[in-house]
Design a protein around this ligand. Sequence first.
Ligand code: GCV
Length: 661
Amino acid sequence: MKKTWTNCWLEYPLIQDQPDVTITVASEWDGVIINRAYHELKRGLESLYHCQVTQAVVTTADIRFLKDPGLSAEGYTINAKKDSCTISAGDEKGILYGSFALLRQLQIAQCPLHELTWQETKVPSNPLRLMIHWDNLPGDIERGYAGDSLFFKNNHILVNERSIDYARLAASAGFNGLVINNSNVAGAAIELISDRFYAPLSRLQEIFHQYGLKLFIAVDFTMPMLMGDLETADPTDPDVQSWWQRKAKEVWENLPGLGGFMVKADSEGRPGPYAYGKNHADGANMLADAVAPYGGLILWRCFVYDCQQDWRDTVTDRAKAGYDHYMPLDGCFRDNVVLEIKNGPMDFQVREPVSPLIGGLAKTQMLLEVQITQEYTGQQRHVCYLLPWFRQILDQDMCCWEGPSKVSDLIQGKRCGKPLGGISAIANTGNDPNWTGHDLAAANFYGIGRLAFDISLSPETIAREWIRLTYGDQPKVEEVLFDILMNSWPVYEKYNAPLGIGWMCNPGFHYGPNPNGYEYSRWGTYHRADHQALGIDRTTAGTGYTAQYAPNLQKLYEDVETCPEEMILFFHRLPYSYMLKTGKNILQHIYDTHFEGAEQAAQFLSRIEGLAGLLPDDVYARMHERFTLQKENAEEWRDVVNTFFYRMTGIPDEHGRTIYP
Ligand code: GCV
């Protein structure tokens, strides 16, 4: 297949021309992953220096892979001392991660290998670092904004050179697993775990394995009915249990080393244990028992709410659903079950508080689920670098016990004392030439992998790294792209839904301004705006949502004076005249931020135009097109949202700007 796609951050732009230099690499031990590490170093170094890279004996090599049983799984130590460089690890994966780290550092330092003096030891912060694909077997992607699936086409599995490049990108960012199919399992996907697909799946799995990536498959809870001839999927039914046990045996015989299954149950029309009067622990544990003999995991999604719920009363609140469903089950799950929890209580809005379930569960392993496919954050037409947001989420202290209780601690299992947990990202990749639609969206793919591997990283460090690796050492490019990336989420938020309200986009598609657009809003608008006030009272006097947080956080959110203002309308219903700490009332805040956001989006475009000639032509053309669209769309958001509130209140902008276009 002719290569029609980019290498993203594995481009390895030239640092110094050294055609006469030969760099030798040797390893103390063999293995398929070690072999990949060697080939990655060879590819990277030859591109960075135009040198030769060959294999040698351990004692004389320039770069040596050493075994260090003292290092934890997947960890590495690099010791570069000008004329010698060692990468030590306890397992093969550590050598692979160490090799990518060395290539990264050379590009940061912009020096030849024999001038590098550098020491680094890293052990991944999170045992699970997963990309979650919502790819469908026909080849489309649910909420995909970068082309078609990399894994499926016309109900067949694709195994090709691009699968290898995908694995390279994922491993180099730090991921160690992926779910390849949509958890809304439908059509041919129901047969993914059958003879029809085992052979190509096994070939795909072999590629992933060489890059240290575990394959996971999303399954439907009613498989015994859909694939088998059972009339029930009741998790307590012995026939159902033995159906899954037989199936698991068959699956692992065909796909040894498979990571496990992901399940979305009792959610948005998906079947689950509730249909049989059973709970989610009954469902997850039944599956967990079936896969346990093979070391399999069950990733159980917690996105459970009644989307048709009537919430005109004051206590029914979708935000409460996750906690209400799962808290009573804390401690009831098997050790090979991990609960996968969206970062917020709603659904990947541009701003939400952290899900109270994350602070609630004390005895259960958790996987934080974030969304890098930009469903609600501009759909990869707009730039929205999400790492500053993810940093805030991970740093949020849930104040839920006397030990370390930041989200980053809790997902690492510091509270429950169990070994599994981590970060999963709903993937933003597809078969577009640049993988992610918007060229700058690749920073989210790279960034969340890096952050999952090393939870201490700042969004700034990651952004600079990504720019440097992708576009080389070009100060002007770095200055402009860094600035745009770092401002992109705040700017997007400004022209979108204000102060934590959420949605205000077209139903279904979730793109474009529509203040009353929440699809499940037949019982009232999401923001509840009328001519006097807006927002939802989620205090204990309102829906009672704040009571799901530990006392300190509850107090913080409950009191309108201390509630973080960027989320004030998520927690409180307030009059338009309510004065924010900026000295502006809410209405004027909405007007001002929408004018500012649209202006800043326009500035992004002119700054990108300043990079003409510095970026590759195709990259520049794509970026120019997307930033032009973002500018136009931001103006539309500004006008639609401002007009909505102007009509609602009849109060004009204090500065006399035109509101009704
Ligand atoms: C895969 C949101 C999206 C759905 C998605 C769902 C989920 O509701 O709009 O497309 O379905 O989240 O997380 O399962």
